[in-house]
Ligand binder design. Structure first.
Ligand code: G3P
Ligand code: CA
Length: 280
């Protein structure tokens, strides 16, 4: 009888183990989900590890390298044109000097924006946002950073107008996101074009990101994009708990790319799109 009871117990246990998802079942499901999760590969200022940042050559390289999106920085010229450049002066990335806000578009267009990187790119010029949208709408996702917007009153409306002129004010199939370190500017843009997703950029802060901050971002933002130095699995989980996604920046080595894939980032902003390889 004893033997029968213990045989029965083993049988019951076996049946339970078969039907109940054990720890391993969850573990392998978790792995599968991670492997299948689509992580956006976002080329920072274009594929700026391989071509001069924020030029058509860098955006073309991003598309060639099959990045899902490219990031760019937008500012305004003296005569009110939207130009794609990172620094608030032209000194580092062109053969000219002076502040972006003090130069006309014509003056900026006469500059060489490629030779500082390599002579092979001597023909590159500072693009306008309109030129980039003309060329890449429908070919690539575009992550637009409003750079130093407090220097350019009205830039939010201008960017909104440019997106609207390109029928990108209600993006459906196209992936367009607008972001800034200036969160007031992000809110201003969001009020003008509420259907375009927006993100808040955050630099490193040793105090981390509080729930109060996340609660307030959630009122208008879809993305919280901190420096990669702030990221761990728990921050990503908290951002997701507040129903937002995260695209940390800026990856310049394979180890950081692998780390961000492992902890579940939704997108990775990188100078080297080939470093982001989500395959298991
Ligand atoms: O997209 C994030 C990243 O571009 C922010 O830093 O200085 O490269 O504009 P920065
Ligand atoms: Ca940027």
């Amino acid at each position: 009888m004893k033997q029968f009871v213990s045989l029965l117990s083993v049988g019951v246990l076996a049946v339970l183990m078969f039907f109940a998802p054990g720890e391993n079942a969850f573990a392998s499901e978790g792995t599968a989900t991670k492997a299948q999760k689509q992580v956006l590969n976002i080329a920072h200022r274009g594929a700026s590890g391989y071509a001069p940042e924020n030029t058509m050559a860098a955006f073309e390289k991003a598309v060639e390298m099959k990045a899902d999106m490219f990031e760019l920085d937008v500012q305004m010229s003296k005569d009110g044109e939207l130009v794609v450049i990172h620094d608030t002066t032209v000194d580092r990335t062109t053969d000219g000097t002076g502040s972006v806000k003090d130069l006309t578009l014509e003056e900026m267009k006469s500059l060489d924006a490629g030779s500082w990187f390599s002579e092979a790119f001597a023909d590159e010029t500072i693009p306008t946002l309109g030129e980039v949208l003309d060329e890449y709408k429908g070919k690539s996702g575009i992550l637009i950073e409003l750079k130093a917007p407090s220097l350019y009153p009205g830039i939010e409306q201008k960017v909104a107008d440019e997106l609207t002129a390109h029928h990108l004010d209600k993006p459906e199939n196209e992936k367009i996101i607008v972001q800034s370190f200036d969160h007031e500017s992000v809110q201003k843009f969001h009020d003008i074009l509420p259907e375009v997703p927006v993100g808040v950029l955050l630099g490193y802060n040793p105090e981390g990101i509080s729930d109060e901050q996340l609660e307030s971002f959630k009122k208008y933002a879809d993305y919280v994009n901190p420096s990669k130095s702030m990221i761990d699995a728990s921050l990503i989980e908290r951002i997701h708990d507040f129903n937002m996604l995260t695209h940390p920046w800026t990856v310049r080595d394979r180890e950081s790319a692998n780390f961000l894939l492992e902890v579940g980032a939704d997108g990775i902003i990188t100078d080297y799109p080939d470093y982001v390889d989500p395959r298991p």
